[in-house]
Design a protein around this ligand. Structure first.
Ligand code: ZN
Length: 277
């Protein structure tokens, strides 16, 4: 059993409308910084950030990203800042518009996939363009694997010099229309990962009711974990989560139960090959 420290990532906001689904989702920068700080205290060493517009729709304003980034750097010493370049509610041209702020990491989906009501569109030249920007700005991508082909697309980026080896990948499981949350699939993905991206670090995100189950598999199989209100606004499939910190604490507790230490920010940075804070 792996004793490697676990990087707990917290996806604090996402694109879900909070008023409808969970009032605890932080959407304004000060709320986002406060929620991140609570999650940091609970054991998160990486924060995945989306921003919103004034009407709380998904946004892309670099000023908002800058505000959250500055707050996290100030209040959560060493925490890894990861910006989302995800598509929902944003034009393609806006998705990398804040990368000049040089977060430690940014998400990079390496293919297209169906989501429940739309296509998450990531054409080859668009992926290459984002990868190239991240390379130039010394931002480490987190390759988002929503479906099988995306793993091999990530390997192709490495081969073509657009992604530094070893990369960090995240398997996203349980979105209807995309990859289901099945342990056998995760085990297959890991055996392929070892072959096509040797030395890669990995994490797994389970969506909605699959969140905690996938985190448990990741802990057992030697990976890192992601939790947070972006992926699951409910604590246990029935009761609404009270906060991001509550979800992080649940994963941290599970780490303890399985004899895996929760990574400090410094350990997380070393594990993911990032510069020290
Ligand atoms: Zn996201």
């Amino acid at each position: 059993m792996s004793q490697q420290p676990v990087v707990i990532a917290v996806a604090i906001t996402g694109s879900v409308p909070r008023k409808k689904d969970n009032p605890a989702v932080p959407v304004l920068p000060p709320e986002q910084v406060e929620s991140t700080h609570e999650a940091f205290e609970a054991g998160a060493s990486l924060v995945h950030i989306h921003v919103r517009n004034d009407d709380e729709s998904p946004g892309s304003d670099p000023a908002r990203f800058a505000e959250v980034q500055a707050g996290v750097v100030k209040h959560c010493p060493g925490m890894i800042v990861q910006f989302s370049t995800g598509g929902r509610g944003r034009e393609a041209s806006q998705r990398g518009a804040m990368l000049h702020l040089k977060p430690d990491m940014a998400s990079l989906a390496t293919g297209s996939v169906n989501f429940p009501t739309n296509i998450y569109e990531n054409p080859p030249d668009f992926i290459d363009g984002l990868a190239k920007s991240m390379l130039e700005l010394d931002i480490k991508p987190e390759c988002e694997i929503f479906d099988l082909a995306m793993l091999y697309n990530a390997a192709s980026l490495v081969k073509r010099g657009l992604l530094k080896a070893p990369p960090h990948v995240q398997f996203v499981m349980g979105i209807p229309g995309a990859m289901p949350a099945r342990r056998s699939i995760l085990e297959f993905l890991l055996s392929e990962l070892r072959e096509v991206l040797p030395g890669a670090t990995w994490t797994a995100a389970g969506i909605a009711r699959h969140q905690f189950e996938v985190a448990q598999w990741a802990l057992e199989l030697g990976g890192h974990c992601r939790t947070g209100l972006e992926d699951n606004i409910r604590f246990d499939g029935t009761r609404l989560a009270r906060s991001n910190a509550e979800l992080v604490a649940k994963v941290a507790e599970e780490c303890g139960r399985r004899g895996r230490p929760v990574a400090t920010p410094a350990q997380a940075r070393a594990l993911l090959g990032l510069r020290a804070a």
